[in-house]
Design a protein around this ligand. Structure first.
Ligand SMILES: Cc1cc2nc3c(=O)[nH]c(=O)nc-3n(C[C@H](O)[C@H](O)[C@H](O)COP(=O)(O)O)c2cc1C
Length: 433
């Protein structure tokens, strides 16, 4: 249904009408999702989660989980700029949640405005993943995601997790089953397309196949490059292995009942729409959203979701953010953020704009003594011209000159070894399509 709609729109509507058509697609798909979940009777919780998982439509646009970047402060800024982007937390290690259960707000609390928001957890101990999910339930995340893509094998002695888990699909299937049993929201996996020499399309399919057959997971976020576990840094692991979008599109073809979000190397909003019009269910953007939040996130509501938006100027965004920031600023209390931490997400707001260099230099000086974000802004803002501060995003987003290539020619051979089927549930969904 989703790709049929998308096909119809791409062949009949010119590109500058994407926003308009997305609005109607959005409405139709949300109604479909509601109908699918409401119209079924379930004989068990597991069955319910499978059907919910299948009916679940992943976010069209999401901001990737990024350690030390997508903290509460950046997410608050992102939410001021886009009302519809889905936001992922930084990865929280399951053991941290379990061992800090008297201090959970520090790791899990977020302002209600941040919905829709997904908690990403990391770990390799099923009991702890399950307990962590249960403890996180009190915070009402919209989805729980397991990290199977982080290339650094160990974090502070927490053992094996991240991309290494891709080498043991059976384990991930069991872990996802336990995570799903500990919460009542959809669950998802974020992974690479392979690890070291285990990088064939067949192995990626086996990974997805095994998890889907063992658990109610029906959403995968595919970072379309493999992870190299030995020798290169996490940053190089996001740059050196080549992107293979054809693996992603192969999964769409071979697992039509599963939802896949495309991640990796998407730097322009136009690229999101091109990917979606080639059939992608959703696109996740990491570095571009952080490094240039204004002209990446600023177009999401209107261009990706097709929702008429009331664009703010950057001055208005700063004013709203400052109210949040000064309501949480430290005042030397333990566990409260300081001005430097609160200003950090703002530092890319004027990317490539006149005055940016001077503003950054003034920011450096002001951060040495300012005790509130209000005083920080008062001291630095005159480095930026009014034309930059007061203009709104308008018109079309920056042009993307690249292309994903002709996927029909690049697609890997079909995966023929599928082990699972959902015929039991087909009747339930068939009524709705
Ligand atoms: C600073 C930084 C931290 C990251 N931390 C995580 C993380 O905690 N969990 C995760 O799944 N991916 C993490 N990633 C990877 C991103 O989620 C994303 O998969 C990757 O950056 C590719 O997307 P992009 O090309 O749009 O940036 C991180 C990336 C960066 C740049």
């Amino acid at each position: 249904m989703q790709s049929a709609l998308r096909g119809l729109y791409t062949t009949t509507i010119p590109p500058n009408f994407y926003g308009f058509t997305n609005y109607y697609k959005n409405r139709a798909l949300l109604n479909l999702r509601k109908f699918q979940t409401q119209s079924c009777k379930f004989s068990s919780n597991h069955e319910k989660q499978i059907v919910q998982g299948r009916a679940y439509l992943p976010p069209w646009f999401s901001v990737a989980p990024m350690m030390e970047w997508t903290d509460n402060h950046f997410r608050t800024l992102a939410r001021i700029i886009s009302k519809h982007a889905w936001l992922y937390t930084e990865m929280v290690v399951a053991e941290t949640i379990v061992h800090q259960k008297d201090n959970l707000d520090r790791f899990l609390a977020f302002p209600a405005e941040q919905h829709p928001i997904v908690l990403q957890i990391g770990g390799s101990n099923i009991d702890n993943l399950s307990k962590a999910t249960e403890l996180a339930s009190a915070y009402s995340y919209d989805e729980i995601n397991l990290n199977c893509g982080c290339p650094s094998g160990k974090v502070a002695g927490h053992g094996c997790f991240g991309a290494r888990l891709m080498l043991d699909p059976e384990f991930v299937g069991d872990a996802m089953s336990a995570i799903a049993a500990s919460c009542s929201v959809p669950v998802s996996v974020k992974c690479r397309i392979g690890v070291d020499d285990h990088d064939s399309y067949e192995e990626l399919c086996k990974f997805v196949d095994t998890i889907v057959s063992k658990s109610p997971t029906r959403h995968f976020i595919i970072h379309a490059r493999k992870a190299l576990l030995n020798g290169i840094s996490p940053a190089a692991n996001r740059r050196v292995p080549p992107l293979k979008y054809e693996y992603y599109y192969g999964l769409l073809r071979d697992f039509p009942e599963v939802q896949f979000t495309l991640n990796g190397g998407v730097n322009y909003i136009e690229q999101v729409n091109v990917a979606m019009n080639q059939g992608a269910h959703g696109v996740m953007v990491g570095r571009a959203a952080y490094n240039n939040p204004w002209s990446t996130l600023g177009y999401v509501d209107s261009v990706v979701y097709g929702v008429p938006s009331d664009p703010l100027s950057r001055r208005q965004v700063l004013e709203k953010y400052q109210i949040y920031a000064d309501s949480v600023v430290g005042k030397d209390a333990p566990n409260r953020p300081n001005v430097r931490q609160l200003v950090k997400p703002l530092l890319n707001m004027f990317h490539s704009e006149p005055g940016n260099g001077l503003w950054k230099r003034k920011a450096d000086a002001a951060l040495r003594h300012c005790k509130t974000v209000k005083s920080f802004l008062e001291e630095t803002i005159d480095a930026l011209p009014n034309s930059v501060l007061d203009s709104q995003l308008s018109g079309n987003p920056p042009k993307w000159e690249g292309e994903f290539g002709n996927m029909d020619l690049l697609l890997p051979p079909k995966y023929a070894a599928r082990t699972w089927g959902e015929s039991k549930f087909h009747a339930c969904v068939a009524v709705t399509t």
